[in-house]
Design a protein around this ligand. Structure first.
Ligand SMILES: [Zn+2]
Length: 356
């Protein structure tokens, strides 16, 4: 197959968005798109290129004082009667248009057309963001080649509809256990009912006042919720076990360890078992490259409440944020589309920032 990412496509981020969308790349099937992207980057003289699996990294080596990362995932969720792309007025429809091939197109366009940026730039196009993190290309690179990610600041071009979403909240899931003693319900006084004991767990959740925390102008709203409850043996048995699964979303001023300590305090007196935990990410907007980025974009940053890949950069000490042309509410939707004007604006803004 001839590479559809030709020089005249690369100069136009809108045409490039369409071309990328029309290379099918559902998670675990990114070889063709990664081949095409790698080929383009290897033919770009000012870039050094490396690849692991279907993740491609390209970077300048200009000896600038600061280095920034532009990153995007190449995969999409499964196609849903929305491929290949179509254009209606100023909208491009198709799987991946918003999440996030329009963002990838901006980064690839800049990689190919900006030989002399004011920062050294690392471009990262990675696989398998839409599925389990064991396949996530960014995760694999941070484990196997962390030096590829070394930078002062990173931008992930995930869909934000032109907003700047900085940092992200952490998440901690745990099971609160209550225990009792089994007995026949006909002689219930001989037992201790573990489900009744869960009432106190639920009361504490109901009385819980989540914090609102503002960091670097971004407001994070925490939350603690029961997400599942299990217990019971049979219709005639006083149950001896009940388990309430709770999820804490915590602002990035708490570490995972502090979040767990907090949870222990909330459920003092109960057994707590951690199921899953991921750290948040501080917005890090005081970094010089981040400030210059915000000046170029000219919008106030907002907090990212969900967990995103920016936390993988934060774990390496690199401030990171999301900024992309797609509309996040259209991600994964059958009528997924992107506004052509937003692609052009995003490309022009990032060009202005990187050109200095
Ligand atoms: Zn995405």
């Amino acid at each position: 197959m001839a590479n559809p990412l030709t020089p005249d496509v690369l100069v136009d981020p809108v045409e490039l968005t369409r071309a990328l969308v029309d290379i099918e790349s559902v998670s675990r099937d990114e070889k063709v798109i990664a081949d095409c992207v790698e080929d383009v980057l290897r033919h770009t003289k000012h870039l050094t290129v490396k690849r692991v699996g279907n993740t491609v990294m390209a970077r300048t080596g200009l000896g600038r004082e600061q280095r920034v990362v532009l990153a995007g995932h190449l995969d999409t969720v499964p196609i849903n009667d929305n491929w290949p792309s179509t254009v209606v007025d100023d909208l491009i429809y198709g799987c991946g248009t918003s999440d996030m091939k329009s963002g990838v197109a901006i980064a690839l366009h800049l990689a190919a057309t900006l030989p002399d940026p004011a920062y050294d730039v690392t471009y990262l196009f990675y696989e398998a963001e839409e599925i389990e993190s064991e396949y996530n290309g960014l995760n694999l690179v941070s484990a196997g080649h962390p030096e590829w990610l070394r930078a002062d600041f990173a931008v992930l071009l995930e869909p934000t509809y032109g907003a700047v979403e900085a940092g992200c909240q952490g998440t901690l899931t745990a099971v609160v256990h209550t225990r009792g003693r089994r007995a026949h319900t006909a002689r219930a006084w001989r037992g201790v009912n573990a489900i009744h004991a869960a009432g106190e767990v639920l009361r504490r959740l109901e009385d819980y006042h989540p914090r609102t925390v503002t960091i670097d102008g971004c407001t994070y709203r925490e939350g603690l919720n029961a997400v599942r409850i299990t217990g019971g043996v049979a219709g005639n048995v006083v149950p001896d076990e009940c388990a309430v699964e709770v999820n804490l979303r915590f602002a990035p001023d708490r570490s995972e360890k502090q979040a767990l300590k907090h949870l222990h305090k909330v459920f003092e007196g109960f057994d707590l078992e951690v199921v899953d935990s991921a750290p948040g990410a501080l917005p890090g907007l005081e970094a010089p490259a981040a400030r210059e980025f915000l000046l170029a974009v000219g919008v106030e940053p907002a907090a990212k409440l969900g967990w995103t890949d920016v936390a993988r950069f934060a774990a390496l000490g690199i401030p990171a944020l999301n900024y992309g042309p797609g509309d996040p509410s259209l991600a994964h939707a059958p009528d997924e589309h992107v506004e052509i004007g937003r692609i052009r604006d995003g490309a022009a803004t990032l060009h202005r920032w990187l050109a200095g």
